[in-house]
Design a protein around this ligand. Sequence first.
Ligand SMILES: [Zn+2]
Length: 229
Amino acid sequence: MAEIIQINSNTWRVEDGMVRFFILEGTEKSLVIDTGMNTPDALDIAKSVTSKKIELLNTHADRDHISGNAAFDTIYLSPAEAENYKHAGGNECFIPVKEGDTIDLGERPLKIYDIPGHTPGSIAILDINNRVLIAGDSVQDGNIFMFGQFRNISEYIPSMEKLLTFRDKYDEVYPSHGSFPVNPDIIPKLIEGAKEIQSGRAEGKEIDLFGNKVTLYKFEYAGFFGELK
Ligand SMILES: [Zn+2]
């Protein structure tokens, strides 16, 4: 059973134990950011906290972020995520969003940044007035999936470096997994860890993850699941 937790007067997080998603309300409309893994009722959950018109944006299209998508009329997603979305079983039409776009909920502009790496069409959302960055799975203190189809650690590194170029615009990061919230100071550490993995310097151990043999690189601040060495 999903738990709804109010963050501030117009923001909520929904926790189902494995993954979380967000509900943001503006003066004109509300936006659900992702729809979880076991929450096909994500739209109804959102309706229980906001009476505004509700739209959906996906940070990316992995299965644990789209379980409630089918109920929404308006879905924003990066066009670079189309193939991953199909692969994950999603077949809804979506409105493409890309770097530089702004979705305004009414006195609450949200700026979109492309941050490919975890998936090709991963995006980050800057909630400008609240000084919050919502970055999906890419910035978190849990284990970041970087193995298999659609993952690219060489793209992940510059994406994280991009987030640092406007570091003065946000004070907190809202992640989809792990602790909530996380301090943006984790971003340079994630860059360092990813560079160690990329260069072969990082120590990993082989583990079994849902039947896949992968390498877990565990750092003090977070982990990465990578390809088997
Ligand atoms: Zn996820």
